[in-house]
Design a protein around this ligand. Sequence first.
Ligand code: ATP
Ligand code: MG
Length: 332
Amino acid sequence: MTRIFSGLKPTGHLTLGNYLGALRRWVETDQHRADALFCVVDLHALTVEHDPARVRRLSRQAATLMLAAGLDPARCNLFVQSHVDEHARLSYLLECTATDGELRRMIQYKEKGARAAASGQSVRLSLLTYPVLMAADILAYGTDEVPVGEDQTQHVELARDLAVRFNQRYGHTFVVPKATRPPVAARVMDLQDPTSKMGKSHESGAGIVYLLDDADLVRRKIMRAVTDSGHEVEYDKELRPGLANLLEILAACIGGNPAELAPVYTSYGALKKDTADAVVELLRPLRERHAELAADAGYVDAVLAQGAERARGTARPRVDAAYAAIGLLPGR
Ligand code: ATP
Ligand code: MG
């Protein structure tokens, strides 16, 4: 059976980008067709300036939202990365497989490093090695497919390269994974700056739709989205990124095609209104279910404990095999 692994970082409140790019597919298709593991990748949240209490809160909130969105613990495995030691154990072996040069070429390292430096913070070493830990997340489980947004393509490529390199050098140990992307909205853009990706750790709250924003706030953010000063509604990602972003969001919500939706609209206002309505309807059940589940932290914790137990059992034999293959004396 196909094995799927993917994760969300507790670096901020989950966004519409996280939902359309990743979580929604996990719920609607991945958990039904594969042996799927979904993870709150909390160790990755430590790669940038963080507040310990906030990371803890956001980790539980992310898990609660994943359940609220429809991940079913009877169909998939939901757990927290730091509860399974195998991720960090394998990451070290992969650090001994990756090169300094290939990590420094990662686009997200350059972008996030520049952002940290611009705000006067030093760049943590773990920000550089983060894609190696992500490769460990994926490879530990013998993952075939990694459903992610477009921004993660380069990191999944690295995981592939490391798997191939390790296998060639030390003998076949890892499955070589591939990324899968949603057909539309693989890269939802910031509503206030449609040339940058909507990201949960970004400052511009006004350009980001958070999954837990109330309906009025979602409407306000979408109605105030930055567009160009033209009048015709066209789908052109290069020349009209703001409009293209709204068309993609609308298409993703109602199951349409952005290029075909464009001629339906004669004004920007009507497009924004329909997009806002569609997003509000899409998120309504999720918010309602989140409110119920948030009142039952015991249930969420029990799901995570059970998930971690199963994940350890799945990952350990492959990670042990990697330790033996690379030349370490078996000790347990
Ligand atoms: P951060 O700003 O901390 O990197 P993020 O919003 O990028 O947060 P991640 O936890 O890095 O979220 O990514 C979780 C998943 O959501 C990944 O599969 C990623 O590709 C996807 N994703 C993130 N942002 C978007 C977006 N704007 N559009 C589509 N998919 C996205
Ligand atoms: Mg990200």
